[in-house]
Ligand binder design. Structure first.
Ligand code: PHE
Length: 436
């Protein structure tokens, strides 16, 4: 077991890859519109609570399961608890990889299309009505959507097929720093626009009246989505790690940077939204329909648009890679497939599964609802129960020794895994089933 298995080149490579997995469309596209809908700072505070109480404990648990077994999501549970139903947790992860990537790649395709529009200076001088029309035209064209979905999938497959350190890690080592610099540049730019003060005020003023039970549950679902937990991504990434990496530290770094990037993206988006009196609560279409109108009227808007959608492409690609990797690692470890074959075959299958999402917005919404409301929370619940109740202190402490986590924090972590995370997730699920 583990013989000849691929590995990250070191802690830095792993941390960048895990960051790449976490930082994705969720941070820019999803976080910004949900924050817009639920009223700024109050929502952000609730979100932070979810990250600390539920997200971080589950992230450490997933990594520990992967590293201790050096196996893919299914093999890891089979190794730790042979012939037990826990293996279903791994299966669920592989299934979620299929479903999530199939429609994630469609949005990745939209982003690529918007890069082409930016290059052609397609937003110049356009009103919001006109930029809405651009998105409607894309939505109405099956050929255009399937084409860009195919391009996005092909690039993802190419990285994954090259291997863990030669492909995924290498891609992240270029894309993550680039993303960070682009974000800083856009931030400085956005903060010098006329709407900056209003945008900042929007994000920093807590609207507690908007924090309903629904908002809290939305924050929790967003934490799962954004931290990439509940589907074996971190089990798989953890399986390429060696003993030197301190898991809690690495997780803290990834969770903090993921959250920081989501908030910084808000500081780019909302000043632009207010500069042109656009709707801050425009929903999922915010960055595709609303924001381009701002780009079209700003000085150097074409370049700003290009930078913004390039940033989004890097974020999307680095998150699509682990989704495919969960599936590919399973076929390599358990079925003896070559990496190249597994990547192209299952990348191809996922592309096909994604076509209906490209053609029909209703189906797209269904896939997103299925993933965020059911698959990720159930996966996270099972991981929390497994690591909290089925694993022993000895098993946990072999991967998370006192050197890495003081005894007080260790007990807090186990408490969160055993009680807080399962209770929180149970509430999301009951609500999704209409019991609230
Ligand atoms: N975290 C990614 C994002 O924010 C999405 C994702 C979820 C990626 C689960 C991998 C696994 O866009």
């Amino acid at each position: 077991m583990g013989q000849g298995r691929e590995n990250w080149s070191g802690t830095l490579g792993f941390v960048l890859a895990a960051m790449g997995s976490a930082v994705g469309l969720g941070n820019v596209w999803r976080f910004s519109y949900i924050t817009g809908e639920y009223g700024g700072a109050a929502f952000i505070l609730v979100y932070l609570g979810c990250v600390v109480a539920v997200g971080i404990p589950i992230m450490i648990a997933e990594l520990l399961i992967g590293r201790s077994t050096q196996r893919n999501a299914v093999g890891a549970f089979a190794t730790l608890r042979p012939r037990s139903p826990w293996i279903m947790t791994g299966w669920l992860g592989v299934l979620t990889g299929f479903v999530l990537l199939s429609y994630y790649s469609v949005v990745g395709g939209w982003v690529l299309h918007y890069i082409s529009l930016s290059i052609a200076d397609g937003f110049a001088g356009q009103s919001t009505e006109a930029t809405k029309q651009l998105f409607a035209t894309l939505s109405a064209s099956p050929a255009l959507q399937v084409f860009w979905h195919a391009v996005f999938m092909a690039v993802t497959i190419w990285f994954v097929a090259r291997g863990v350190s030669r492909g995924i890690e290498w891609g992240n080592k270029i894309m993550m720093p680039a993303l960070f610099f682009m974000l800083c540049f856009l931030l400085v730019y956005a903060l010098t626009t006329d709407g900056a003060a209003e945008g900042i005020a929007f994000l920093m003023t807590p609207h507690w009246d908007k924090i309903s039970a629904k908002a809290v549950l939305e924050a929790l679902g967003q934490a799962f989505f954004s931290l990439s937990i509940g589907m074996g991504t971190l089990v798989t990434y953890g399986s390429y790690l060696n003993r030197h990496t301190q898991l809690p530290r690495a997780v803290l770094f990834v969770a903090v940077s993921d959250t920081a990037i989501a908030i910084l993206a808000g500081f780019v988006i909302f000043p632009l939204v207010f500069t042109f009196q656009l709707e801050p609560n425009a929903g999922p279409a915010l960055i595709f329909e609303t924001l381009p109108a701002a780009f079209g009227q700003l000085p150097f808007g074409q370049w700003i648009a290009l930078l913004f959608f390039l940033l989004l492409t890097f974020a999307a690609l680095s998150s699509a890679m682990p989704l495919l990797e969960v599936v590919v690692a399973y076929f390599i470890d358990e079925k003896g497939w070559s990496r190249t074959r597994a990547s192209w075959v299952f990348g191809g299958v996922i592309f096909a599964v994604g076509i209906p999402s490209a053609l029909d917005r209703g189906f797209f919404g269904f896939m997103d609802m299925l993933t965020t409301n059911y698959l990720l929370p159930v996966g996270g619940l099972l991981v929390a129960l497994f690591a909290g109740w089925s694993m022993t202190h000895t098993e946990r402490q072999a991967e998370v020794p006192a050197r890495d986590l003081s005894s007080g924090l260790y007990l807090a972590w186990v408490f969160l895994l055993r009680f807080v995370a399962p209770a929180a997730v149970a509430v999301i699920l009951l609500r999704s089933m209409g019991l609230f």
